[in-house]
Design a protein around this ligand. Structure first.
Ligand SMILES: CC(=O)NCC[C@H](N)C(=O)O
Length: 167
């Protein structure tokens, strides 16, 4: 993996034109669920306030998708966090999450919820770090079991809840 300062990374809202690059980034992680390319176009347009792009030298190296559930305005649900394999371990994932939480749309957010599969240790560590940085707790509040997925061919998804913060 390459090493470079985060100051070389540009964080911004996604645009429609990022759709394919995001689809390729998620595909290349080989651990996340690859949604349809159309889904990433939707996220990059209708959910751009709660999504984040990280880019360096014009290359998309990170992506976060999320939304605020319409009936739970104090919670930001983080859907996917994707970081290019070659740029892992530099804190890009944590930076995307913290910058996303600093957006005006998240000014009343006091909880983050997300799901992480048991085999995704880097993602679990990233959320534990986020809880520490926010001086709050991470709790496992539930799980989406394998039986919920077609042909049982998906790992369970443990539901994490981080908060309260900024209360
Ligand atoms: C935080 C995160 O990336 N969760 C992944 C959930 C699921 N496996 C997916 O890839 O959408």
């Amino acid at each position: 993996p390459v090493v470079f300062p985060l100051s070389e990374v540009h964080f911004r809202k996604p645009r429609l034109e990022d759709g394919t690059a995001v689809w390729e980034l998620v595909r290349d992680t080989q651990v996340l669920d690859l949604n349809s390319s159309y889904c990433y176009l939707m996220l990059s347009s209708y959910f751009q306030e709660t999504c984040m792009i990280a880019e360096r030298h014009g290359q998309v190296i990170g992506f976060v998708s999320g939304f605020i559930p319409e009936n739970r305005s104090q919670t930001l649900f983080i859907w996917q966090v994707a970081v290019a394999k070659s740029t892992r371990g530099l804190g890009i994932g944590t930076s995307m999450l913290e910058k996303l939480l600093n957006r005006p749309v998240c000014q009343d957010v006091h909880y983050v919820e997300t799901t992480v599969s048991p085999s995704n240790a880097p993602s679990q560590a990233m959320f534990q770090r986020l809880a520490r940085d926010l001086a709050t707790e991470l709790k496992v509040t539930g799980v989406m079991g394998t039986e919920l997925f077609p042909r049982n061919n998906h790992e369970p998804e443990r539901i994490f809840r981080i908060g309260p913060f900024r209360s």
